[in-house]
Structure formats: C-alpha cells, structure tokens
Ligand binder design. Structure first.
Ligand SMILES: Cc1ncc(COP(=O)(O)O)c(C=O)c1O
Length: 371
C-alpha cells in the first residue's frame, strides 16, 4: 500500500535523539533553545517559541494577540479544525467567510466584507501551504484596528510575492510539526512573534505561567503545559538540516503529479504559484470531477494499493459547529463544493516515479469509470 504520508528520518535523527536521551536533559534542556534559534534562522525570524503542537501554538498566539471572550474573529471554514477551535478555547466566535476557488484561502476582500463592530481579529490560514494575500490582510488589520495571527501550520517553505518568507512577516504566526508535516518533531509546533517581550510572554504561558527568573513553583500569570520536550527538539534540529532536501523532494513529487494529471478531464489540481507567491508543498489535494462518488473512489484506490483521504471537511458543517452556531449547508458554497470533492493523494519526498504512476493510474481509472 502506498501510504498517504511518511516522515523522512535517518541516521542524523537517531544520533541527536539518542544523544539527548543519554544526556538526561529531557525537558527544558539545551535542545529547546537550539531548535528555536535554528528554526528562526531558517525563517529569518528572531523570536521563536517551540510548543507542544500547532494547536497549542495557535492558542498562545491568539492570547498574545489580545483575544477576549465574546470577540468575533474572521477566519476560514476550509481548514483543519484547530484554526477555528483555538478561538473557542477563549470563548471567542469564529466568523467564517467563503474561500477563493483558486487558492482555497479566504481573500482579504471577503474578510473585509465580514468585518463588523464585534470583530477584533483576523486569522487567515495558509491552506495546503499556499500563501493568502497577507499584504491585504495586513492593510485590513491596520485600517480596522484588528489583530492578526497567521496559521502557517501547513506552509513551511513558502514565500510571498513581496519577498517575505512565510511566517516571517512580523505577524504572530504558527507552525506545526506533526508527523505528516514538511518537518516533524513527532508532535510539536512553533510560534513566531515580533518582539522579545512577546516571546517572553509566550514562553511563560507555555510553561505554566512561570517567568524565566522565577523559582520552581512561582507563577505570575495563567499558563498551560505547552512545552516541547528536548527529544522532540533534537528531532527538529536534525530535520532542519535536511529541510531543503525534503522540500525539494515534495516539489519534485508535485511536479510529477501535475504533469501526469494535467489532462485528466474534470479533475482540479492544486493551483500553480502565481504573481510571485510560492507554495510550501505540504499535501497534494485534487478535487474530483463533479459526480464522482468520493467514498467509492477511496475504496477503489485502496483496492489498487493507494491510500487516499477526503481532505478537508468544511468546519462550519461539523455537528458541533452547527449546534453551537446554527450553521447550515449552503452558507459557504465554494468551500462546501471543494470540501465535498477534495481528495489527498499520497505525498512525501521519497515517492518514486513508479509509485506516482501507480497513483495516477488508479485515479484515472476511478475518474474514467465512476463507481
Ligand atoms: C491548518 C492547520 N492548523 C492547525 C493545525 C494544528 O496543528 P497540530 O496538529 O500540530 O496541533 C494543523 C495541523 O494539522 C493544520 O493543518
């Protein structure tokens, strides 16, 4: 079976993780700072806080941004659920707007239309690693005095048309390092902040509200246990050393899929980079032609040795969002159509040409002979 995702791990990861294990410093040790500064150097960002997951990072980032209970925050319904859920942790309300059919991100214009008197913040997501119009969101934030947090969990390796590396624009931005990501620490994430003071507050909140100069059980603010342990950080340091190769591997596989599927009728492929924006390749998600039964396609592909997954469902249509906020079908038609037809194909740096061919053959068979 060709799996959907697989991390790239080798001797260097083993070496650094074992070294850390043998050092006996398993948490809040030297690997934490080492990973943070190596990740920051890679991005071109000075202030990085490693945390236990992307979700934890989003929670800390919106708190740092100043979210308050009862606030409305504009975000996308087409994302992994954590980008909306983090707002619920603080009793804020996600206000969704429909996505752009090309990029699958919300546009700054759609977000501007959704702003009301109750809106306090913007939380755009770089879905499938494609950059949203961040200059547009930054202007909107400045014009309407809104805070801005970028969910860059899927977007490591991307860049904006204005030359900025994704995650290093000076906004609060959050990365994730789960095992399917461009870089993995097993579980993990990172918050990039604009100032040393912001990093200090985030570092404190991830560590139970303890300031760096305080005693062991002294806490001067509400905090959480969102620490990233040193074994994970060691893995992250090793992964950073091979990040360029891993990103190049993903770009190679994306190119192979793009060439092999370019003429598949009715199939939508990930949008090509446009206007100088560059995708950080995370997943390869196609939209099946209208009328193809996706559940049957998943089964048929599996029978041909190919693992695929519907990816992603629309957040507003999850039962718990419907019940809590009264959402219903038809509210965000572009998102709902894309969510109903999206299928993630196997995607990781080591996929061979032969495996890509096997995936493409299976997909073509499904499309050409819909179940
Ligand atoms: C867009 C987006 N936001 C947030 C997250 C949450 O990251 P984590 O799973 O590390 O908590 C993910 C992870 O898959 C994601 O894809």
């Amino acid at each position: 079976m060709i799996p959907l995702a697989r991390p790239t791990l080798g001797a260097r990861e083993e070496e650094l993780v074992l070294e850390t294990l043998r050092s006996g410093r398993l948490s809040l040790g030297p690997r934490l700072g080492e990973f943070e500064s190596a990740f920051g150097s890679r991005l071109g960002a000075e202030h990085v806080s490693a945390v236990s997951s992307g979700t934890a990072g989003l929670h800390l980032a919106i708190r740092e941004a100043g979210v308050e209970p009862g606030d409305d925050v504009i975000t996308t319904p087409f994302s992994f659920v954590a980008s909306a859920n983090c707002l619920l942790y603080e009793n804020a309300r996600p206000v969704f707007c429909d996505i752009d059919p090309r990029t699958l991100n919300i546009s700054a214009e759609a977000a501007a239309d959704a702003v009301s008197d109750r809106t306090t913040g913007l939380l755009p997501v770089h879905i499938f690693g494609y950059p949203p119009d961040m200059p547009g969101f930054e202007r909107l934030a400045a014009d309407r005095a809104l805070w801005l947090v970028e969910d860059t969990c899927e977007a490591l390796g991307g860049a904006h048309a204005d030359g900025a590396t994704v995650g290093a624009r000076g906004n609060l931005s959050v990365f994730a390092f789960y095992a399917n990501k461009q870089l993995t620490t097993g579980e993990g994430g990172a918050v990039v902040s604009a100032s040393a003071e912001a990093k200090e507050r985030i570092d404190s909140e991830r560590n139970q509200g303890r300031a760096p100069d305080m005693g062991w059980l002294d806490h001067d603010r509400l905090g959480f246990n969102y620490r990233l342990d040193d074994l994970s950080c060691a893995l992250g340091v090793a992964q950073l050393e091979r990040l360029d190769d891993m990103l190049a591997g993903r770009a190679r596989v994306a190119r192979l899929y793009g060439e092999a599927l370019a003429d598949a009728e009715g199939l939508s492929l990930p949008c090509p980079d446009e206007g100088g924006d560059r995708r950080g390749w995370f997943v390869y998600v196609v939209q099946l032609p209208p009328g193809v039964d996706r559940d049957a396609a998943v089964v048929a592909m599996r029978e041909r040795g190919v693992d695929t997954k519907p990816y992603l469902p629309a957040i507003h249509l999850f039962s718990f969002y419907r019940e809590r906020f009264g959402h219903r079908e038809g509210e965000f038609p572009v998102c709902e159509d894309v969510a109903a037809r999206s299928l993630a194909l196997p995607f990781f740096p080591e996929l061979t040409e032969g495996q890509v061919e096997q995936v493409v053959e299976a997909l073509r068979a499904v499309i050409e002979r819909p179940a």
